[in-house]
Design a protein around this ligand. Structure first.
Ligand SMILES: Nc1ncnc2c1ncn2[C@@H]1O[C@H](COP(=O)(O)OP(=O)(O)OP(=O)(O)O)[C@@H](O)[C@H]1O
Ligand SMILES: [Mg+2]
Length: 336
């Protein structure tokens, strides 16, 4: 039987699938709505997104992936099975799956990711660290003796890797991503304006009001003893201030990797620019902040959210890149 290759990116925020010559065939929210009483699946993917923070009693939202690893095995299997069998046609019965994984993960975490793919009918599964996959996905040649740094800023984790000669020289997984910027806004509005705003409102502010000088109004529930709906006015400067601590922690995490990088490779990285990808890389102004903090040029990859899934299948051609067989990666998952 002819074996198809499929790239899978099981993200905390989005589930993506790529088929060579077809492109990104799935880009759906990694989220499932369950009937709390019966346990039945009511809906999944993008159709659930709009009810985040608005779920009526009796509906439970399940996030199959959290911080880059499996959070709910059954739901992850359900999601991947449904999409693989439902969207690729009956000819793709036993695909070879290349799965992106965090750069630092335990054997248990890796095995549960492999188990998900095998349970879904994969013939072969290979895992590839997401910044390595992203390097392939945005056309960076890591086979050369030339240091390249790629940073995949996802929803809940940031994976950092310095690569040369097809191996990871140093890297880390920092538990900060785009959703932490969103949480900083929720906390910021509570602290500075005394209102509680929802996740979807905070996401909208992060994506649409970080860059412009125009003031905008935000609605939420006051947090005082007497609770009532309340509208406040904010602006981009204030929004950036609310996210500053989180962005600074991210900068520190990246700098920690640079500190461990051999000086010759630092010189290459400065000459080549640091490439940032993942949906979090789209945060307006983040590239400028990192340029100042790290004293190096930063390049945002084209279609940053798709780099990792597009590059994953390269693991079948470059087995050295499979996670676990690479050298130099710090085994500690960074907490900051
Ligand atoms: N235009 C934008 N501006 C700011 N942030 C954005 C933008 N578009 C997407 N994001 C953020 O990118 C994040 C999702 O990125 P991505 O899809 O790479 O995550 P993921 O791969 O699902 O998560 P992870 O890698 O952490 O498991 C979310 O936090 C989202 O809010
Ligand atoms: Mg990701």
């Amino acid at each position: 039987m002819f074996l198809f290759e499929i790239g899978v990116d099981l993200g905390s925020s989005r589930f993506r699938m790529y088929i060579p010559h077809k492109g990104v065939v799935i880009n759906e929210r990694s989220l499932i709505a369950l009937n709390e009483l019966s346990g039945d699946i009511m809906s999944e993917g993008d159709s659930v997104e709009n009810i985040i923070g608005k779920t009526p009693p009796g509906i439970e939202l399940v996030y199959p992936i959290k911080r880059g690893v499996i959070n709910d095995l059954d739901m992850a299997v359900h999601m991947i099975k449904k999409y693989i069998t439902g969207r690729t046609g009956s000819s793709v019965l036993r695909p070879k799956i290349a799965m992106t994984v965090p750069i630092v993960l335990t054997e248990v975490e890796r095995n549960s990711l492999l188990k998900v793919a095998l349970t879904c009918g994969a013939r072969t599964v290979k895992t590839i660290p997401s910044p390595v996959a992203a390097a392939f996905g945005c056309g960076i040649d890591i086979s050369l003796p030339n240091g390249r740094m790629v940073i995949d800023i996802g929803a809940s984790v940031t994976d950092i890797a310095v690569m040369s000669l097809n191996s990871v020289v140093c890297g880390a997984t920092v538990k900060i991503g785009g959703d932490d910027f969103t949480s900083s806004l929720i906390e910021g509005f509570e602290k500075h304006h005394g209102i509680r705003i929802g996740y979807l409102t905070a996401e909208d502010i992060k994506m649409n009001h970080t860059n412009f000088s125009k003031e905008f109004s935000v609605g939420g529930m006051s947090t005082g003893i007497k609770k009532f709906p309340h509208k406040v006015t904010s602006n981009a400067g204030e929004i950036r201030e609310m996210m500053l601590d989180t962005v600074q922690h991210l900068g520190e995490g990246i700098n920690n990797v640079l500190e461990k990088t051999p000086p010759e490779l630092i010189s290459d990285i400065i000459n080549n620019s640091i490439v940032i990808c993942g949906g979090g890389a789209k945060l307006s102004g983040l590239d400028r902040f990192l340029k100042t903090r790290l004293n190096a040029n930063i390049k945002i990859a084209e279609e940053p959210e798709f780099c990792a899934v597009k590059g994953a299948v390269n693991v079948f051609k470059n087995m050295d890149c499979e996670s676990g067989s690479m050298t130099g990666v710090s085994r500690d998952r960074s907490e900051s």
